[in-house]
Design a protein around this ligand. Structure first.
Ligand code: HEC
Length: 108
């Protein structure tokens, strides 16, 4: 029983570190880095947000809202373009959003 629990904890830790690695790769691959800067700390212009260390749940919500168009204030249209193309094809999936949110939330 103890061994089983230990094993389960190990799998959970592995899964979460895999998501972290995916998040870091996605951050570069999906061009987030171009606007939000290295590790989400140095936005391209001061009107773009720093996102490192933000709560994962909040990051996830904001990304979903920008993607769906529910959040369309300020310059969010610029970001929407990297999440969904003009034909409506999804470029950043909900799984990507989760991995990105986890990665960004762990940055200091
Ligand atoms: C073309 C530039 C651009 C790209 C590329 C981009 N963003 Fe953004 N992002 C913005 C802007 C601008 C905002 C703020 C929108 C506004 O003015 O309300 C924003 C907002 C956000 C927010 C919400 C921040 C908050 O405090 O509410 C998060 C989280 C975020 N971006 C993450 C990402 C991630 C992750 C990626 C990569 C998939 C990405 N962005 C790609 C420009 C960009």
């Amino acid at each position: 029983m103890k061994l089983k629990l230990f094993f389960a904890a190990g799998i959970a830790a592995l899964a979460s570190s895999a998501a972290m690695a995916d998040g870091a790769a996605l951050y570069a691959e999906k061009t987030c880095i171009a606007c939000h800067g290295k590790e989400g700390k140095k936005p391209m212009i001061p009107a773009f947000p720093k996102i490192a260390g933000q709560n994962a749940a909040y990051i996830e919500l904001q990304m979903r809202d920008i993607k769906s168009g529910a959040r369309a204030n300020g310059s969010s249209a610029a970001m929407k373009g990297v999440m969904v193309n003009p034909e409506g094809v999804e470029l950043v999936t909900d799984k990507d959003i989760k991995d990105l949110a986890l990665y960004l939330s762990k940055l200091k």
